[in-house]
Design a protein around this ligand. Structure first.
Ligand SMILES: [Zn+2]
Length: 192
């Protein structure tokens, strides 16, 4: 047996389904839009915890569905989203640059804490001079594959710091690309 509440819920559901278009027209009227907004605001304030819990549960149980909906939405509104992002970037250039600089710096710190905070050829320890070297070569190809620039730091963290990398300073790393520039040569040039 269904309770009164359940009956009412089902009746409303059917009614809403049957009158979908009519209700949408009503909803979209400017005078109603404001009313609905106000009503939802009050309803949310009065049932905050309950609503939050329900949303959390729904999100947890519908992860795949939500992911697909997001992909579909992004595809459908690609231009609009791109325009919005561009506008946001233009209006917040400095802020974004600072955040991304800080993000790269934090990733660099994590990477050098793992591979060593100094060049393993000459011992240079100024973090601004340090970079990661692909021990087996093919660094250019790999960098290109992962998108170049500072993406290598994020990639190393994500891949749990693979073994075939080492810390070198920019000088040693650039010298490495030239013939005759070896670890022994560097060592012979250091007077400590
Ligand atoms: Zn060095």
């Amino acid at each position: 047996m269904k309770t009164n509440k359940e009956n009412k819920k089902e009746y409303m559901k059917n009614y809403n389904k049957k009158n979908k278009d009519k209700l949408k027209i009503e909803r979209d009227k400017p005078e109603n839009k404001e009313k609905i907004k106000e009503y939802n605001k009050v309803r949310y304030q009065n049932n905050k915890e309950k609503i939050k819990k329900r949303v959390r549960e729904y999100n947890f149980n519908n992860k795949e569905k939500i992911r697909e909906t997001k992909i579909k939405y992004r595809k459908k509104h690609k231009d609009r989203i791109q325009k919005k992002h561009k506008e946001y970037y233009q209006n917040n250039k400095e802020k974004i640059k600072n955040i991304s600089r800080e993000w790269v710096e934090n990733n660099r710190i994590k990477v050098f804490n793992n591979y060593g905070n100094f060049c393993c050829w000459c011992g240079e320890s100024n973090i601004n001079c340090l970079t990661v070297d692909h021990i087996n070569g093919n660094g250019r190809k790999h960098n290109k594959e992962i998108g170049g620039g500072n993406k290598i730091y994020r990639w190393l963290i994500k891949n749990n710091f693979p073994e075939e990398f080492q810390t070198l300073c920019y000088n040693c790393n650039c010298g490495l690309k030239r013939k005759g520039f070896t670890k022994e040569y560097i060592k012979s040039r250091i007077f400590i």
